[in-house]
Design a protein around this ligand. Structure first.
Ligand SMILES: Nc1ncnc2c1ncn2[C@@H]1O[C@H](COP(=O)(O)OP(=O)(O)OP(=O)(O)O)[C@@H](O)[C@H]1O
Length: 292
């Protein structure tokens, strides 16, 4: 059973926002980065996976099991890290850990103590005295101490300084040496994903607009620059997020080879960063500019 997370045709409607027909698939052994602008639907998707809110339709399977019917069994093997305070502020780190611990059959106290030491967690400090970075590290230490096979993280690096972020990415990378595990990771910090993700899924306005291996994405997509005249004649090319000025245009295109083979002498191309791909593909309405 290689599929660790499968989201099939999932929809959720709020008054002013809908997640539409979400499909995501993640295999064991891989890290998927989940990115999109503010309000795109990342947290809603993650809350649906965790059954914190109810979906309207579709199917979510984790480890091959239904995420609601088999929720208890599934949650034993999930480490969930999210950017909201879900601890009792008055308790110390140690007291809070002792409350969480009995929920997991696989709890490994040695692993917790090792991570607590690695993260310099002050066990006797009250949660409310911890910085944001410390709280995130505590969350992560908890998630890692029951040998979770799937880590689901909503913005785990937001608000952390570069040193702690890099430390956290290092830990996540070393976790992935175990091919049985997988990580699903939402973030705004695309440079973190360039260091760790195998797959990238982009969500915009409640719809998945792209889900691909990172290598393929960075290899096939290009930033293209050319003249206004070229843009006017190339009506059959679906440029993404076209920016125009009086001299020419700049856009994203999803087939470097085609562009070079057919128009290599008429346009200039550049390698995009993941951030470029995110920005161009979610620009404005987030839709391709089809023709002129
Ligand atoms: N309980 C709710 N009732 C109504 N609307 C909601 C509810 N929860 C979220 N929304 C709306 O759903 C949309 C998506 O929100 P969500 O938090 O999933 O976005 P996000 O991609 O995680 O954004 P951010 O990057 O800012 O955290 C937003 O417009 C939000 O206002």
């Amino acid at each position: 059973m290689n599929k660790i997370l499968e989201i099939n045709n999932v929809s959720k409607h709020y008054k002013d926002f809908s997640l539409k027909n979400i499909n995501i698939s993640l295999d064991r052994g891989f890290v998927m980065g989940f990115i999109g602008p503010n309000g795109a639907g990342k947290s809603t998707t993650i809350r649906l996976i965790m059954n914190l809110i109810k979906k309207d339709s579709g199917e979510i399977k984790i480890f091959g099991f239904d995420h609601i019917k088999d929720e208890l069994q599934i949650k034993e093997k999930i480490g969930f890290v999210y950017d909201e305070n879900h601890f009792y502020e008055e308790l110390t780190v140690k007291e809070m850990k002792n409350i969480i611990r009995p929920f997991y059959k696989n709890w490994d106290e040695n692993a917790f103590l090792t991570y607590a030491k690695k993260f310099s967690l002050p066990l006797n400090k009250q949660i409310k005295q911890l910085s944001k970075g410390m709280k995130m590290k505590f969350s992560l230490a908890i998630a890692l101490s029951h040998h979770a096979e799937l880590l689901i993280m909503d913005e785990p690096t937001s608000g952390l300084d570069p040193l702690i972020r890099s430390e956290l990415l290092h830990i996540l990378r070393s976790l992935m040496e175990d091919e049985n595990k997988a990580i699903f990771f939402s973030t705004h910090i695309t440079s973190d994903l360039e260091k760790i993700a195998d797959y990238i899924t982009i969500i915009n306005n409640g719809e998945i607009i792209l889900s691909k291996p990172m290598d393929e994405l960075l290899e096939q997509y290009v930033i293209v620059k050319g003249s206004k005249e070229f843009l006017e004649t190339a009506t059959n090319l679906s440029f993404i997020g076209v920016e125009q000025n009086k001299f020419g245009f700049k856009a994203l295109y999803n087939d470097k080879k085609e562009l070079l083979d057919r128009f290599g002498n008429q346009v200039m191309i550049e390698k995009p960063t993941l951030e470029d791909i995110l920005l161009f593909s979610t620009k404005g309405s987030g839709q391709n500019v089809p023709s002129y």
